[in-house]
Design a protein around this ligand. Structure first.
Ligand SMILES: CSCC[C@H](NC=O)C(=O)N[C@@H](Cc1ccccc1)C(=O)O
Length: 731
């Protein structure tokens, strides 16, 4: 099997330079105009879409939801075909459905593989190439799934066959190398033995008339759902021929992560005899615990802990092809809770080492060994972008395999590399990555065109990256997305409104990626210059930058955002009377903070979506250990420390009209945060409007709610928009 490294050796050498140049100083700009002049337009003009007769319909929320959403690819073992889930929404019906599509990497048209499923997800090609397994909830063969089940379908046609009927459904899975078995995750009652007992437990759950959630756990809800009462995620083995299911954790204290027990939490050895998994060794679980690695021997059923260190968090284990090594992600939490996710390897003697110690980037799951077992492939963020890397386990260098935009997912088989990638200019698309010519240039070969026609009906705005001196005189990156047809380098024209779009986290980043919820193009199409500041604390700029805000939230971030606004207001196109700030979650925290700390009139209006308003009351959320670490104190130990970072402390100074949006199913930032903020504004006579969704979580996920969200968002800004006399042309 060819390894990616061999195939693209020159390219990797070339891109190493690029990767290692990461720490070099980015282009500094004394002024934004200077930055604009210096900033490379490499990505901005690349919105390669087929020519359309009239690419003129504004890109709005309806256009956004009309696009196909392509998910992570899985490749056939010969690399000739990829299978992807494609989700399509019907705005009128307020409904989405996902089916599987086959894409040829050799040329040829995409082909729909499934049609019947409500949501046919997580497709994975069998190692022999003869079947594709996926998870779905279907109504077929006279039975309707109450829970998601596993299905198997031949890639060359034929019906999907349901292969599980589990009382508590299936959450994620992987194929065994023999192609005869599947390992999967299901939440079961850990004290019960055997399927019939689990069946009875399911029936009892259904028959229960009381609705109360009763617990003594410290980790009992996550994101938007209560964890199943009395059930935990166990790993199971399914024999496809007999249908026999074995709970591999039965009678043991082991369970997978209660947060998101996906297929990255475990891996099957190449000989099919062992499964390595990540687990929380503490008896009482909390979200922020440090995970250990253990391995279950399938013949004996015995489990042994492979790696446990109270100072470290170990996740995402994967066996090498030879089975002698396990690559995994390690984070030195004992040193500091903000320590990055690093690449580590464990050998059969129990020795382990962090390999990416000198590489100041965070490794993202999933990991995948290259076919020669000399490199590990994964995605990692880099300064507002996300690339695909091959980390050489001998030289300890990271080589770029694919440069984004934003690499969302990848698959590699038989030397064929496929990426799912997106940009501010286009939603996720699937490409084969080749490297060509003397310079081994990255060449992308698209293998689908699901959205090309729909996108061709719209003009998109340019986007670009620039750097300026922010807080502590350190360089800060900002992305600008312009209204369609507007070019900041062209003189003349009138004035444009400015919108700060502040990202959440705080340890995330805005960059050259497509956003399905806060869509830059849909916002710029309304005539705004959209500014996304990667303030101090943002991910993808190294650990020091991410950690710089620890125990002093809002201080540096505010300086970065304010400096950016000052710089932008000096631009000839900026209308000083039409300046807005919007943000979600931590971005909502920032706009709530700004409202209490900036003078009235600095921004004409704010939009605060799912914003954190009061850190003490935030203790009701699902990550209460985490924000206490970030703030530097439990609220009862050092109330002043928490108060100094708390928007509610400046409640008496709120002065700017605010649209407050929140979802009742938001367990990360409970809706009481939004309601308290809104009520506080109202009680003080500050103009405010509340949009509260009873059926949305931290994010707005339903088409009609999203349409309403965009409508309310723009209406609010327009209501508080006092335009200058001249307006920019070309919109
Ligand atoms: C281990 S929990 C991770 C919290 C996560 N932050 C990522 O950087 C997050 O969900 N952040 C929220 C805001 C928030 C901050 C503090 C406590 C709860 C929520 C977000 O911005 O989405």
């Amino acid at each position: 099997m060819p390894a990616v490294k061999k195939k693209h050796s020159t390219a990797t050498a070339k891109t190493t330079t690029k990767a290692s140049a990461k720490t070099a100083t980015p282009p500094v700009a004394k002024t934004v105009a200077g930055a604009l002049a210096k900033t490379s337009r490499k990505t901005t003009g690349k919105a390669a879409r087929p020519k359309a007769a009239a690419a003129s319909r504004p890109f709005d929320v309806d256009a956004l939801w009309a696009l196909d959403r392509v998910g992570a690819p899985s490749l056939s073992p010969d690399g000739a075909q990829a299978v992807v889930p494609v989700t399509r929404f019907d705005m009128e019906k307020n409904h989405g459905s996902t089916s599987l599509w086959l894409l040829s990497t050799l040329g040829g048209q995409p082909r729909a593989l499934t049609h019947a499923g409500e949501k046919d997800g997580q497709p994975r090609w069998s190692p022999q190439g003869d079947r594709i397994a996926f998870i779905a909830r279907r109504d077929q063969e006279g039975a309707k799934d109450e829970q998601p089940q596993l299905y198997v379908i031949p890639p060359d046609g034929g019906e999907a066959r349901r292969v599980t009927r589990l009382p508590f459904g299936v959450e994620s899975f992987k194929w065994f190398p023999d192609g005869k078995r599947l390992a999967f995750v299901s939440w079961v009652v850990p004290t019960l033995k055997g399927q019939p007992a689990q069946d009875r437990a399911r029936q009892a759950e259904k028959d229960r008339k009381e609705s109360a959630y009763v617990t003594e756990e410290g980790f009992y809800r996550f994101w938007d759902h209560s964890l199943p009462m009395g059930r935990v995620p166990h790993l199971h083995e399914l024999d496809l021929e007999t249908g026999a299911v074995r709970d591999l954790f039965e009678g043991t204290p082991y369970e997978l992560s209660r947060a998101e027990p996906d297929a990255d939490t475990f891996d099957i050895s190449p000989d099919g005899r062992r499964i390595v998994f990540s687990f929380d060794p503490a008896e009482k679980k909390v979200l922020e615990h440090r995970n250990a690695l253990a391995e279950v021997d399938l013949r004996s059923g015995r489990t042994q802990v492979l790696l446990r260190d109270g100072d470290w968090d170990f996740t995402a284990p994967v066996y090498s092809h030879a089975g002698h090594h396990i690559a995994f992600i390690a984070s030195h939490q004992g040193l500091k809770h903000t320590m990055p996710q690093q690449l580590a390897v464990l050998d059969t003697h129990g020795h382990w080492a962090v390999l990416s110690e000198d590489w100041d980037q965070e490794v993202a799951a999933p990991l995948r060994w290259d076919e020669d077992d000399l490199g590990v492939i994964f995605c990692a963020e880099d300064r507002g972008r996300r690339h695909l890397y091959r980390f050489d386990v001998k030289t300890l260098h990271a080589f770029l395999l694919f440069e984004g935009g934003h690499a969302g997912a990848f698959a590699l088989e038989a030397g064929t590399l496929v990426v799912l990638h997106d940009s501010v200019q286009f939603p996720p698309r699937v490409c084969v990555v080749d490297h060509e010519g003397e310079a081994d240039e990255q060449v992308l070969r698209r293998i689908e065109s699901f959205n090309d026609e729909a996108l061709a009906a719209h003009r998109f705005g340019l986007h670009e990256e620039l750097w300026y001196a922010g807080a502590q005189d350190e360089l800060v990156q900002m992305w600008l997305i312009y209204p369609p047809g507007f070019d900041p380098r062209k003189k003349g024209g009138g004035k444009l409104p400015l919108m700060q779009l502040i990202h959440g986290g705080p340890h995330t980043a805005m960059g050259d990626s497509w956003h399905w919820r806060w869509n830059h193009q849909a916002m710029a199409a309304q005539g705004y210059v959209v500014a996304c500041v990667n303030y101090h604390g943002s991910s993808s700029f190294g650990h020091r930058f991410a950690d710089s805000i620890t125990h002093r939230w809002a201080e540096l971030e505010l300086q970065d955002i304010e400096t950016a606004t000052d710089l932008l207001l000096k631009q000839p196109w900026a209308d000083p009377k039409r300046v807005f700030a919007t943000g979600g979650s931590y971005g909502g925290y920032m706009v709530a903070w700004m409202n209490g700390h900036l003078p009235a009139g600095r921004y004409q209006a704010y939009v605060c979506h799912a914003g954190c308003f009061d850190w003490q009351a935030m203790f009701a959320n699902d990550a209460y250990h985490w924000h206490a670490k970030e703030l530097g104190a439990w609220y009862w130990d050092d109330p002043a420390k928490v108060a100094s970072q708390n928007p509610v402390s400046a409640a008496g100074h709120l002065n700017t009209p605010t649209l407050v949006i929140h979802g009742q199913l938001d367990y990360r930032v409970p809706d009481a945060q939004g309601l308290a903020y809104y009520n506080t504004l109202k009680a003080q006579g500050v103009a405010a409007r509340l949009v509260w969704f009873p059926d949305e979580n931290h994010w707005v996920m339903k088409p009609r709610n999203s349409r309403l969200w965009y409508g309310e968002f723009f209406d609010w800004l327009k209501r508080h928009d006092a335009p200058s006399k001249t307006r920019a042309k070309g919109r």
